[in-house]
Design a binder for this molecule. Structure first.
Ligand SMILES: NC(=O)c1ccc[n+]([C@@H]2O[C@H](COP(=O)([O-])OP(=O)(O)OC[C@H]3O[C@@H](n4cnc5c(N)ncnc54)[C@H](OP(=O)(O)O)[C@@H]3O)[C@@H](O)[C@H]2O)c1
Length: 228
């Protein structure tokens, strides 16, 4: 049985991914921040790892048990008031998780949820790119996922901030239409919103295959992985 550490388990994707993976036979260790444990159902999960990711003495024993790590950690500008920043939520947790994975010496498959458009520079997409670089340089087998918009409305997810992820209303239908035009299918699949349950199926597939490694996957590959 594959054991997976899910960081960002209390988010829109994570809270749907944890039960989806368990349903498929994975053993899951959901990571939960101490400040969230009291107000999220996963804080009462018997398998939960409740600590800050900077606490190496708590993270290392969990990391030693896993064959894969899924990092879904991140924040949004509207949550900066609660103390998170892109540096502390989208970058530093990846540094901490990669360091622990390397210390474990077991080369867990590292799956990082990044974002379409990640590129060198500032802001959200710049921090996402820096986090990707940490994973690319880690020497671990990895898959970096770059979805565009997420739609959690039918996924049963329970994001800790209480807000389902909803793409702009007409975007999905417009891009589905564009995808039928010659030559536009790949682009449309990259950009059109991905339901969280589809993304969860793709992640489960990637974990089961332990592949790809050393790859960046955009929407077109994620939709395909979910359909296999
Ligand atoms: N939403 C979109 O349309 C979209 C599109 C493309 C990519 N993405 C990326 O996909 C990922 C998942 O998105 P989502 O909407 O599921 O995110 P989310 O609901 O905002 O969840 C973020 C998760 O990260 C955790 N977290 C934040 N800072 C942390 C820290 N310093 N240490 C440990 N955990 C921390 C949160 O924990 P708490 O519950 O304790 O706050 C929560 O579990 C994110 O990286 C996001 O950037 C999102």
């Amino acid at each position: 049985m594959t054991t997976v550490l899910v960081a960002g388990a209390t988010g829109a994707v994570g809270s749907a991914l944890v039960p989806a993976l368990r349903q498929q036979g994975f053993e899951v260790i959901p990571h939960v921040r101490p400040k969230t444990a009291d107000r999220h159902p996963l804080g009462r999960d018997p398998a939960a790892l409740i600590c800050d990711l900077s606490e190496a003495n708590r993270l290392d024993p969990a990391m030693a048990r896993v064959q894969a790590v899924v990092c879904l950690v991140g924040t949004m500008r509207r949550r900066f008031g609660a103390g998170d920043t892109y540096a502390s939520s989208d970058y530093q947790p990846v540094v901490d998780l990669v360091a622990a994975a390397k210390r474990a010496g077991t080369a867990p498959h590292f799956v990082l949820l990044s974002a379409l458009g990640a590129r060198p520079g500032g802001g959200y997409l710049g921090w996402k790119h820096q986090a990707e670089e940490v994973v690319r340089q880690s020497g671990l087998p990895f898959a970096i996922l770059r979805p565009s918009f997420l739609d959690s409305t039918r996924s049963g997810s329970q994001p800790s901030d209480g807000a389902q992820r909803k793409p702009p209303p007409l975007l999905g239908p417009a891009l589905r239409f564009a995808g039928q035009l010659p030559g536009l299918r790949g682009f449309a699949d990259d950009v059109r919103p991905i339901p969280v349950e589809v993304l969860c199926r793709a992640i489960a597939r990637i974990l089961r295959d332990r592949a790809p490694t050393a790859s960046v996957l955009t929407g077109r590959q994620l939709w395909e992985a979910a359909s296999l």
